[in-house]
Every structure is written in structure tokens, then in C-alpha cells.
Ligand binder design. Structure first.
Ligand code: URA
Length: 272
């Protein structure tokens, strides 16, 4: 058998394109760390400073200089609650969120992704957090999973003029990582107030994180999907239905059958 021929080393552009495809599109530290480097035989083990697994704002980036450190989580949560509570309209809520500096995700995201659709709609869909496409456009669900959400809505006669769409977290987490529980708690009062102000007849939670956060359940989406919950805004009880996140359906298309059942249940509830 001839010896395997060595692959040419990828160019820096190819490597960067590979990282970008994988969702690695921002720096988490000032210096690169070669995690594949083997220690020299006989050399003492390399002791590295422990690092938090979350992205930190890149220091000294011109865009970010002058931004104050976000307040401690408890203070940030209290401030989020107070701000959200006092917002009399969606416009004011958006303005307050634009200025809110209690969540570090604001520093790494390009822009706020507040909502899309009709604020007077009878149905509201809530996802987890914006991804790369949403971060670029400033609108929720505009990427691949958004296109599927549009098709799901169309299947029951809905489009963005007849639905309102938002996320629990309004800033893209760097590299699309999962938002931390703290980030979710800080953003929660804003999405709760958004739901209260839109006041839909039907709330659809897309995927596990949105379902667990908004409906206060610890059960997984396989158990919760298709079951009606009561969502209490404080002034009214709204019927809420968890269903699969479109991104999950893209990965596991066999669940589209169940998703169709959920969509029919939503249509039936809206017809009442
Ligand atoms: N996934 C979400 O949860 N929200 C978006 O806006 C896009 C993808």
C-alpha cells in the first residue's frame, strides 16, 4: 500500500472560515492558547490559570472602551425588574433595554434583538437567544431556523404580520454558547414585561430553555411539548404551549410530525 500523502496545511483563511462555520467568531482572550501543544518530555507540567468558561468583553477594543463594568448579578436582576416594571409600552421597554448595562452579553453582541412581528398579534412565539444572523440583522429568527419558523407559521395561516416573535435573551451570546443561568435571570424581567405588554391569547415557547424559563417547569421538552400551561402575567392568565425549537427540528426532522400536532393545537386555540 502506498504511504498516505500528506494533506497540504490549510491556509489561515480556510482555518478562519472553518472556525466561523463552527460558530467561533469572537475572541475570548488576548493571547492564543495552544491546547494541543504537548509538554516537552521531562518538563514540569504546565500550570495554567483557571479560566471562567464564559466570554468576557474584549478589553481595550475601541468600541467597548468607556463601558462601565456591569453591576453584580443581584443588583443587575433588581435593576432589570425595576426598569421592566416601569416600562409603560413596548417602545419604552426597547429603549430601556438599549441602555441597560446589567448584562455582559450586551458588550459582545453587535446589537439588541428586541422583537419582530405585530405587537397586536394574538399569538407570540418566544425562542432562547439570537444567533449570528439575528445579531447581524437585529431581528429574531431570520436565519435557517427562522425560515423554518416562518414555514411552520404559514402552515396554520400565520405570518409575521399576524404573530409577534421575541427571545428570552435579547443579545447574541458569543459563539452561540448557551446563556448562563445568571444571564437568563437578568434578562427574564424584560421578556416577562414584553409578554405582558403584547398580551397575546396564545404564548408559544420554542424549545427547552424558553419553556423552562417562562413556564417554570423542570421537565424536558419531550414531556412538555403539546401540553397547555397557564402563564400568569400578573394581570391575566395566558394559554401557553411549548413546542420544539425549529433549530431542533432542522437537526431531527422526524419530530416535525409532533410539531405539526402542536401547530394544529395552536390554530384550534386561536379559532376559539
Ligand atoms: N434561535 C433562537 O432561539 N432565537 C433566534 O432568534 C434565532 C435562533
Amino acid at each position: 500500500m502506498p504511504p498516505p500523502t500528506a494533506e497540504p496545511a490549510p491556509s489561515i483563511e480556510q482555518l478562519l472560515a472553518f472556525y466561523l462555520e463552527a460558530g467561533v467568531d469572537c475572541a475570548l482572550d488576548d493571547e492564543p492558547i495552544d491546547r494541543l501543544a504537548e509538554p516537552e518530555p521531562g518538563s514540569p507540567p504546565i500550570v495554567r490559570e483557571a479560566r471562567a468558561p464564559v466570554a468576557r468583553p474584549i478589553p481595550a477594543a475601541p468600541m467597548l472602551s468607556g463601558l462601565a463594568e456591569p453591576p453584580a448579578p443581584a443588583a443587575a436582576i433588581a435593576s432589570a425588574r425595576e426598569l421592566a416594571r416601569t416600562a409603560p409600552s413596548l417602545e419604552v421597554l426597547r429603549e430601556l433595554l438599549e441602555k441597560f448595562d446589567g448584562c455582559a452579553l450586551r458588550s459582545t453582541a453587535s446589537r439588541l434583538v428586541f422583537a419582530d412581528g405585530n405587537p397586536k398579534a394574538r399569538v407570540m412565539f418566544v425562542g432562547e437567544a439570537p444567533g449570528r444572523d439575528e445579531d447581524i440583522e437585529g431581528l429574531p429568527f431570520v436565519g435557517r431556523s427562522g425560515k423554518l419558523l416562518d414555514r411552520m407559521m404559514a402552515a396554520i395561516g400565520l405570518d409575521r404580520s399576524k404573530a409577534y416573535i421575541a427571545n428570552v435573551i435579547p443579545w447574541r451570546p458569543p459563539g452561540n454558547r448557551t446563556p448562563t443561568p445568571q444571564e437568563t435571570l437578568i434578562c427574564l424581567p424584560f421578556i416577562q414585561r414584553q409578554i405582558e405588554l403584547v398580551d397575546p391569547d396564545v404564548l408559544v415557547t420554542l424549545g427547552n430553555p424558553s419553556t423552562q424559563t417562562l413556564l417554570g417547569t423542570r421537565e424536558g421538552i419531550m414531556r412538555t411539548r403539546g401540553k397547555w400551561f397557564d402563564y400568569n402575567t400578573g394581570s391575566r392568565v395566558i394559554r401557553a404551549l411549548p413546542t420544539f425549537h425549529p433549530a431542533y427540528l432542522l437537526r431531527s426532522p422526524s419530530y416535525k410530525r409532533m410539531s405539526w400536532q402542536d401547530l394544529r393545537a395552536i390554530a384550534k386555540m386561536l379559532a376559539q
